[in-house]
Ligand binder design. Structure first.
Ligand code: IPM
Ligand code: MG
Length: 370
């Protein structure tokens, strides 16, 4: 197959980790006989510096013309004092809206070899396998008005939580479809004891669940969900929730089984190319030092192979290679609690690539993991 991939490295460690994902995809192309064409676009702080905007029109068009987008990370202290429309994060929000990336999939999987990195005891996290489905183009992030106001002579502020019912329906339906292929359980997270938007969310979840008789639906209040994620994460399969709750809870979930540096994500479009990015940010404190963990970006590339290109075997090969490299003891600093010799970003990338290109080894290992 032939695919066009737009890479948006962004800021900080975004550049280093997307380089890893690109090299790994090249290795997959070589190994499985695909041609991946990579072109690069500008987003975030570096786009502000070069073009005066966090998301140039050219980048948007470029992404729309592609088969999939790979993003690194945006942001950094350099741009923290910018006015809101000139913040790097604005570029990320705009690309989500422009590409109609309505569903953000954030899996949390257990790695036996990384169990000691978890803040929780092994017995709580062993075999945790949960998937966040976060609504990504609505809610407080995009509601208007969002501004400072003066009311009754007082300084005040307003942010708007706005959802169309159809926006709830499409993401909740996707959560059920995904759960059907997993452990047949959806936890819908809301704050229905307080918010009207949550009461509509709950209604929609109930309606959709009627189309999926094999999938169990439970409703959970967001504060309770935050607690249960650390006390009993194994109870979850698919968790679906609105934008802001999903932002907060998915960060919490991502560290359960090790490190933010391992957590991949897919932002699925309703009608165009989808976008793949590690959950971690630009980590300016370690940028440029060749010590960042490239595995979240590499695992995001695996999600791209599976979800955008339908390349199951290829995706599995990448995930297996990552598992194998971890089992062999290679650790970047963030996941290296028990080792003295950390590998660098580029060494980690090379190990994963080598594993993918070693056909014999990979076939053998895939059997062991299947
Ligand atoms: C994320 C990030 C973004 C978000 C920020 C950078 C705007 O935290 O992808 O989770 O809040 O969605
Ligand atoms: Mg976040």
């Amino acid at each position: 197959m032939e695919k066009r991939i737009v890479v948006l490295p962004g800021d900080g460690i975004g550049k280093e980790v997307t380089k890893g994902a690109v090299e790994v995809l090249q290795a997959v192309g070589e190994r499985f006989g695909h041609q991946f064409h990579f072109t690069y676009g500008s987003i975030g702080g570096e786009a502000i510096d070069t073009y005066g905007t966090p998301l140039p029109d050219e980048t948007i068009q470029h992404c729309k013309d592609s088969d999939a987008v790979l993003l690194g990370a945006v942001g950094g202290p350099k741009w923290d004092t910018q006015p809101p429309h000139l913040r790097p994060e604005r570029g990320l929000l705009k690309i989500r809206k422009e590409l109609n990336l309505y569903a953000n999939l954030r899996p949390t999987s257990y790695y036996d070899s990384l169990a000691e990195n978890s803040p929780l005891k092994k017995e709580y996290i062993e075999n945790v396998d949960l998937l966040f489905v976060r609504e990504l183009t609505g809610g407080l992030y995009f509601g208007k008005p969002s501004e400072r106001v003066e009311k009754d002579g007082k300084e005040a502020v307003v942010d708007t939580l706005y959802y169309q019912k159809s926006e709830m329906q499409r993401v909740i339906k996707l959560a059920f479809e995904l759960a059907e292929k997993r452990d047949q359980k959806v936890t819908s997270v809301d704050k229905a004891n307080v918010l009207e938007s949550s009461r509509m969310w709950r209604e929609v979840a109930n309606e959709i669940s009627e189309q999926f008789p094999n999938v169990e639906l439970e409703h959970m209040l967001v504060d309770n969900a935050a607690m249960q994620l650390v006390t009993n994460p194994k109870r979850f399969d698919v968790i679906v929730t609105e934008n802001m709750f999903g932002d907060i809870l998915s960060d919490e979930a991502s560290v359960l089984t090790g490190s933010l540096g391992m957590s991949a994500s897919a932002s699925l479009s309703e009608d165009g190319p989808s976008l793949y990015e590690p959950i971690h940010g630009s980590a300016p404190d370690i940028a440029g030092q060749n010590i960042a963990n490239p595995l979240a970006a590499i695992l995001s590339a695996a999600m791209m192979l599976r979800l955008s290109f339908g390349m199951q075997e290829e995706a599995k090969a990448v995930e297996t290679a990552v598992n194998q490299v971890l089992d062999a003891g290679y650790r970047t600093k963030d996941i290296g609690r028990s080792v003295n010799n950390y590998v660098s970003t580029s060494e980690m990338i090379n190990e994963v690539k080598a594993m993918i290109l070693d056909h014999e080894a990979i076939m053998h290992i895939m059997e062991a993991y299947s």
